[in-house]
Design a protein. Structure first.
Length: 260
């Protein structure tokens, strides 16, 4: 189900779905009222929604999807030009599975949707993973490796920074993406790693995507991580599909040309 007041956006998302999933049935809706009628007619397998709709908002629609009779739990994805600001202010509820910022462009939107409906591995992509809990590290590493990713595991920020320092000045920075827990036992935290890589090393979000794992429910602390340069957050407990979807999307996004 695609819910957006813009006919152009509805067509764009529908075209991607029809191209990636042969035989898919796309239910296009321009309002909350139409979406409710569609949900009353039967369950859906994925929902994308704008934040601003003619008769309501996407967050309320996400709640409607969750409460619909006979509807299983499915991804509800907000597609909006205001997604980043809502993410930073932690305005999204638990009913929203994920988000996409329209400012990233149509090619990125196609790659994002493709990651949900037809995920494909990126052979050889390297995830530098910082986690000091052996149990969590083993489980998360297996999740990523099952999807063809190469995981470089470090137990502390100091070791990770030494790895990046050894590649300083090279075209290859030493990893394709960083995944780090925010709370670590060493002197430096995941927040410190984020700051060093963004400021001291000067790596932007496209050159080196950074995902931060956190179990901290404090919206202010989450907002600070995003404003400090995290591409996205992965909330604990970690759900494999969401972790892999976010990781593969950031990797694909870093490889796309920047749209004008």
């Amino acid at each position: 189900m695609v819910v957006d007041g813009s006919r152009l956006v509805r067509k764009l998302i529908a075209d991607v779905l029809q191209r990636e999933v042969p035989g898919v049935d796309v239910v296009a809706c321009e309002s909350v009222a139409q979406a409710r009628e569609a949900l009353a007619s039967g369950p859906v397998d994925l929902v994308t929604t704008a934040l601003a709709l003619p008769d309501g908002d996407g967050i309320a629609l996400a709640r409607t999807v969750r409460e619909a009779a006979g509807q299983k739990y499915v991804p509800v994805i907000v597609v909006s030009g205001d997604a980043q600001s809502h993410l930073e202010s932690r305005a999204f509820t638990d009913d929203v599975t994920d988000y996409f910022d329209k400012a990233l462009g149509h090619n990125a939107l196609a790659a994002f949707i493709r990651g949900y409906v037809h995920p494909e591995p990126i052979p050889g992509a390297r995830v530098l993973y910082v986690e000091d809990s052996k149990v969590v590290a083993v489980a998360t590493k297996r999740m990523l490796e099952r999807h063809g990713l190469k995981v470089l595991h470090f137990i502390g920020v100091e070791e990770a920074l030494a790895h990046f320092d050894a590649h300083r000045g090279e075209d290859d920075v030493g990893a394709d993406l960083v995944l780090t827990d925010v709370y670590l036992k060493g002197e430096l935290s995941g927040h410190d790693l984020l700051g060093r890589l963004r400021v001291q090393f000067g790596y932007g979000k496209r050159r080196l995507p950074i995902l931060v794992m956190t179990g901290d429910a404090n919206p202010q602390n989450q907002s600070e991580l995003l404003r400090a340069g995290a591409n996205d957050l992965v909330l604990k407990p970690i759900e494999e599909r969401l972790l892999v979807t976010k990781t593969l999307f950031q990797l694909r996004l870093s490889r796309l040309p920047v749209e004008a």
